[in-house]
Design a protein around this ligand. Sequence first.
Ligand code: HEC
Ligand code: HEC
Length: 408
Amino acid sequence: MKSATRFFAAVALVCATPAVSETMREAVLRRTALENGMRPFEETWPEFEPEKAAVGKLLFESELLSLTRNVSCRNCHLDEFGSADGLPLGHGAGGVGKGIERMKSPAGVLSRNALALWGRGGVGFDVFFWDGRVEASSGDVRSQFGTMAPSDDPLVVTVHLPPVEFREMIGESDATEWLRQGEVGAATRVHAEIARRIRETPEIAVPLAVASELEVGNLTYLQIAEAISAFIRSEFRLRETKFHRFVFQSEPLTDQELAGGLLFYGRGQCTACHSGAYFSDLKFHAIPFAQFGFGFNGFGIDYGRYNFTQDPQDQYAFRTPPLYNVTKTAPYSHSGVESDLGAAIRAHVDPLAAIDTSGLSALDRTEVYQKIARWSLEPSYAVELSDIEIAELVAFLTSLEFDPEPTR
Ligand code: HEC
Ligand code: HEC
């Protein structure tokens, strides 16, 4: 009898002392985070050559990479917007200024939201763009280059694409009309012209030649892309976040962050897709976000992954976005339709809350039904989240922020 009383007293003590039950919640969060792929940030660091990274920075910031000489990679991947551009849709060739300022200039407007670069090309990160049109998840690089891929490094292949995209880095004018004619080798000609310019720019060409162990005269776009890839791997490596310190060094989270973390890995089912070292399974899923702008397929439609596989299962599916620094990269979704992080999460679980179908044409409404039908196949379908819980998830996502180290 005496020992039973002591047992009940002990249970009462556990329930009454927040510090103890808190620790149990913390232990659950640590365990599930590790089970779902959380890793020390250094384990994601890829190898790169520092000399190439240093010259890659010059190339990343050079307008010589734009055929019409009016945009650099940096114009859309800015530090102040978490390496994206702060706009719903990318604004390329001809644009002036940063953030919403840029919307006032006569820029070429893209059909997709600019992606951040954190962790890209890190260990195991081998699926690129919203629709994965460059990927090496099966070992071989698959891209629109087919068997002519310029490299077996998928990031190097990815870096071949921005300079040959109209509106992104090529302005539309009579002088660039030849590119539109679907001429065989058009992309090769653009790459050759950019390489020629770089060879004629000693402050870039000389260090690039040294880093690449080639003569300046032999530099091609491949060495340019390799240097930019080294820069991306160095500059945008994952760094330590509050959540790393929580998981690996027992630093506490706030109550709200902790609650959000438990939802993220628990009932919210976010890790059905946002799993692994980058908070992305690097696979393709359909979340019925509303569509902003003209769309990749035109007239407000973007079929996402389907464009490359023609598999009906891939309709409206996009690569799960990684979530490091996601608090800094508003607006959200492949078309930037969600200006707010909470609304982006809400759209996952209650898409019609944000889409007023009564104002749509019958055709557009059908489009919404199709998206929702595709979404209903996803594991997270119909999870219920209150406003308080969404605020907790947002608080959890702030624990995934970090600042890059200042570039040497
Ligand atoms: C006009 C704005 C713009 C410019 C200029 C630009 N980008 Fe981007 N970048 C984007 C957009 C938009 C996307 C997403 C496109 C998509 O997925 O369809 C993107 C995606 C990427 C990705 C893929 C990231 C991921 O998560 O898979 C990389 C890498 C990248 N850009 C690097 C570069 C480099 C290197 C340059 C310069 C050679 C450059 N970008 C120039 C807007 C831009
Ligand atoms: C079924 C897979 C899946 C699940 C489950 C899921 N997501 Fe997503 N998430 C995605 C995909 C795919 C996108 C991008 C879709 C698009 O843009 O069309 C996305 C987009 C996001 C974005 C916007 C990111 C950006 O850069 O634009 C955030 C934030 C986000 N998810 C958080 C969450 C949270 C929090 C949960 C849990 C409540 C969750 N997701 C559950 C697949 C998923």
